[in-house]
Design a protein around this ligand. Structure first.
Ligand code: ATP
Ligand code: MG
Length: 571
């Protein structure tokens, strides 16, 4: 059943195929695992998942579904002091959000503690593990360096009986934290430092979120991971490159015990500019108060991205474009933005909202009259249907859509100029009311009743089209406008004497009061929409019936040019 290690030579990928899928295809052709494909996604529940984990989720669950295999969700919970059920719950939610389906099972490394303990005793009986009394510092000192071999611990020669006795007493809780460890007995002169008698167990009198006070000793990652893979019948154990050196130990443990042996393959971590992807750093952002929590929409956590309105399909596409390299590199944040825009452009309904309102009074529009216009929810996709939008004498437009002194080629509103109100009417600005400080407070305009629906009555062309909302019908909303959390490309390069936290962009959140067309106030939490000409927004969970709250997912690009083209081709 165990894979022959000679199968580990890389397979040449077919066009469009990555090296991992090539390997699996080859294993299936050779019958290495009787055609079985079984992966796992193994997060440690010590923080929330982030964008980097998305890559691993899509890979592990993706490979399993493409090859008709299975993928386990496994919580790698061997470090009681840093782990918590809050994280377990969030991880389950995030994996599900990305489409990860762990029907194959939900597993916990802590469920194997008893068996891992038995295997450790077996290693001791084989003379392959010993209890060491050196302190953590001494162990480090004895380890040697890349150029110098390590030294053997004076306790390395303990008898099997003594080791078994001490290990059992470690388990019984007889010794304080740090007094002893269990180590594998391999080779203190091994060129790979990982192989110089690695620690397998340490004493830690700490309650675990699942096993409570049952265990005063906890197994280490390298020992736990390979055994968990083996016990679950995993075939391809996919992890990131920093574990390449640990593969030798992975193999040693399973080979020494002579049990079922999956293979480990390493791929490049996802790194993205303008962000940090490490739970340790994300925790610092939360705890220092630089963001409002793990799910702050500026966070690169999966729950933050979700709350911001990033569709899972955009993350999937992003990870597909990044691909599976065997060397680390950093991907442009702009590529993620591209994927988000592409998906939302195709799928998000369009509605109107004004974020910096300027009042417009249409003087020749009858007092008290209200008209309803049918407007498409998506200009290119009629399947979205229409919505009705009310129009009346007073409307709000975007302050930026008016200039007292327009620059050349400014096609929006200015004194004497005519524009199209999106899907409504042509209006001409007759007068701008200016206060004592020179601020425009109101526009007085005239509309052309013949231009109903925004259609030119006589072939006369207007170049600008602007969005608007009826003052009588508008609903107020809080709009959260986000910029990059880090304005610098590599936040890890800290200023002299500082940390990455000093690179946090102080302008990453700006709050505006917007005015919405009424349909927007009633959409569901988490639904993505486009505010015409402004960007993509998503209703936030902080919304109340009185005050809807929207997050800006991402701004638009090239909207202006596109909208004009669209509207002129309609004329
Ligand atoms: P962090 O460094 O953020 O703490 P981690 O690697 O310690 O992450 P785990 O919970 O151990 O986090 O990760 C679960 C799985 O996700 C592992 O298989 C790990 O290799 C993978 N993973 C974590 N970060 C990335 C990343 N940036 N790119 C790709 N895969 C990742
Ligand atoms: Mg980890």
């Amino acid at each position: 059943m165990a894979a022959d290690s000679t199968d580990n030579t890389p397979e040449t990928p077919a066009p469009g195929e990555d090296f991992i899928r090539a390997q699996i295809r080859r294993d299936n052709a050779l019958g290495t695992y009787d055609g079985r494909v079984h992966t796992r996604f193994p997060p440690e529940p010590n923080g929330y998942l982030h964008l980097g984990h998305a890559k691993s989720i899509f890979l592990n669950f993706g490979v399993a579904s493409e090859f008709g295999g299975r993928c386990n969700l496994r919580f790698d919970d061997t470090n009681p002091t840093k782990e918590d059920t809050e994280y377990v719950d969030s991880i389950r939610e995030d994996v599900r959000w990305l489409g990860g389906d762990w029907q194959a099972g939900e597993y916990y490394a802590s469920d194997y503690f008893e068996r891992l303990y038995d295997y450790a005793q077996q290693l001791i009986r084989m003379g392959k593990a010993y209890v060491d009394d050196l302190s953590a510092d001494e162990i480090r000192e004895y380890r040697g360096t890349l150029t110098e071999p390590g030294r053997e611990s004076p306790w390395r020669g303990r008898s099997v009986e003594e080791n078994l006795d001490l290990f059992r007493r470690m388990r019984a809780g007889e010794f304080p934290d740090g007094m002893r460890v269990l180590r594998a007995k391999i080779d203190m002169a091994a060129p790979n430092l990982v192989m110089r008698d690695p620690t397998l167990y340490r004493i830690r009198h700490a309650a675990h979120h699942r096993t409570g006070d049952k265990w005063p000793i906890y197994p280490l990652y390298d020992y736990t991971h390979c055994l968990s893979d083996s016990l679950e019948g995993v075939t391809h154990s996919l992890c990131t490159l920093e574990f390449a050196n640990n593969r030798e130990l992975y193999d040693w443990v399973l080979d020494t015990l002579g049990i079922y042996h999956p293979r480990q393959y390493e791929f490049a971590r996802l790194n993205v500019t303008h962000t940090v992807l490490s739970k340790r750093k994300l925790i610092q952002l939360v705890e220092s108060g630089h963001v409002r929590g793990w799910d702050d929409p500026r966070m690169p956590t999966l729950c933050g991205l979700r709350r911001r309105g990033v569709p899972p399909e955009a993350l999937r596409e992003f990870c597909a474009r990044v691909g599976m390299a065997r060397a680390n590199s950093t991907v442009e944040y702009a590529m993620l933005e591209f994927c988000i825009r592409e998906h939302l452009n195709a799928h998000a309904p369009r509605l109107m909202a004004v974020l910096d309102p300027l009042r417009v009074i249409i003087e020749n529009y009858p007092q008290g009259q209200v008209e309803e216009f049918d407007m498409p929810l998506h200009p290119e996709d009629p399947s979205h249907g229409d919505r009705k939008v009310s129009f009346a004498r007073e409307i709000w437009i975007e302050r930026d859509d008016f200039r007292l002194e327009p620059p050349k080629k400014y096609h929006r509103l200015s004194p004497g100029a005519e524009v199209r109100l999106r899907y409504a009417y042509f209006i001409t600005c007759r007068e701008a009311v200016v206060d004592a400080r020179g601020k425009v407070t109101e526009l007085r305009c005239l509309y052309d009743p013949q231009s109903r629906g925004g259609q030119s009555p006589d072939g006369r062309r207007v170049k600008g089209t602007i969005h608007w909302v009826s003052a009588l019908h508008a609903r107020e909303a809080e709009i959260r406008l986000y910029e990059q959390l880090f304005a610098v490309e590599n936040p890890d390069v800290a200023p002299e004497g500082g940390t990455f936290l000093d690179n946090v962009n102080p302008h990453s959140l700006r709050i505006a009061r917007g005015l919405l067309e009424p349909a927007l106030a009633n959409i569901g939490t988490g639904v993505s929409v486009q505010f015409e000409r402004l960007g993509y927004f998503c209703k936030d969970k902080d919304s109340t019936p009185e005050m809807p709250v929207f997050n800006r997912t991402i701004s638009l690009r090239d909207t202006w040019a596109k909208l004009e083209k669209q509207q002129t081709t309609r004329d």
